[in-house]
Design a protein around this ligand. Structure first.
Ligand code: DGL
Length: 268
């Protein structure tokens, strides 16, 4: 048993979609969330920069005495998970393998869509992982760089997001995908808008659920689960305090999130 918290991080708000699933499946675990709001978006940045940012986030979370770390960001998973696992002793999990597995399990017609940031899509991490699980699957991937700023702006359900969704996704529908992996942790916040753009017949796969289950399994196997009876608490840290984070985070987590603490992340 280990009652220390679990560290979760993302470039901004997106990792909250993973945090929410962790809370559902590991309700008594304490968590520490870090959103690198001063440096969001990670999507267009180089691999070298994303590795640097990821290591700084991990150093900060280790200082908070976490027992495991979830890289709740597809871009950081695609660009830096392997390097992070090689560098640190603490258990570290990303989100891509879980998302790929869900798609492989779900698809009937073996035509799967994957959407994400430029960094994730250019890395081909999803295509390679899905095809390593089932070579017969055709993966149609598409970067949707406007989605992250729309979410961070709090415009997920506005007309502008619906227009962007059609512009990015009509092509995937025409190509006959039966499922689309939401390969960026910000995108589940746009789920309604994306769902309306692509239609109900296409399944939207959120890797967050599978990631939370994988985390539970890893903690269980390593005997690191918390044995407290009461509900876990989350401490929120960001690298830049802005009103938008509290507003969108509170709406999404369905509870007031106002006690944000600022981290000088460049020091880590
Ligand atoms: N939410 C992140 C992801 O899953 C990154 C978004 C960004 O900072 O560009 O890829």
């Amino acid at each position: 048993m280990d009652n220390r918290p679990i560290g979760v991080f993302d470039s901004g708000l997106g990792g909250l979609t993973v945090l929410r699933e962790i809370h559902k499946r590991l309700a008594n675990e304490d968590t520490v969330y870090f959103g690198d709001t001063a440096r969001v978006p990670y999507g267009p940045r180089s691999k070298e920069t994303i590795i640097k940012y990821t290591f700084q986030a991990i150093n900060f979370l280790i200082q908070q005495d976490v027992k495991a770390i979830v890289i709740a960001c597809n871009t950081a998973t695609a660009r830096a998970l392997e390097e992070a696992k090689a560098e640190y002793n603490v258990p570290i999990i990303g989100v891509i393998e879980a998302g790929a597995r869900s798609a492989v399990e779900y698809t009937n017609n073996k035509v799967v869509g994957v959407i994400g940031t430029l960094g994730t899509i250019n890395s081909k991490a999803y295509v390679n992982t899905i095809r390593s699980m089932d070579e017969s699957i055709r993966v149609i991937d598409k970067a949707c760089p406007l989605f992250v700023p729309l979410v961070e702006e709090g415009w997920a359900n506005e007309e502008i997001s619906s227009t962007a969704a059609h512009m990015y996704l009509d092509e995937l529908v025409e190509k006959g995908v039966d499922s689309i992996v939401l390969g960026c942790t910000h995108y589940p916040i746009l789920k309604r808008t994306i769902g309306m753009a692509v239609g109900q017949e296409i399944k939207l796969i959120n890797p967050a659920k599978e990631t939370a289950l994988e985390l539970k399994e890893i903690l269980n196997q390593a005997n690191l689960l918390n044995d407290k009876a009461d509900e876990g608490v989350c401490k929120y840290y960001v690298s830049d305090i802005n009103e938008q984070f509290s507003k969108v985070a509170s709406e999404f987590m369905k509870k007031e999130i106002t006690d944000l603490e600022k981290v000088e992340i460049h020091r880590f």
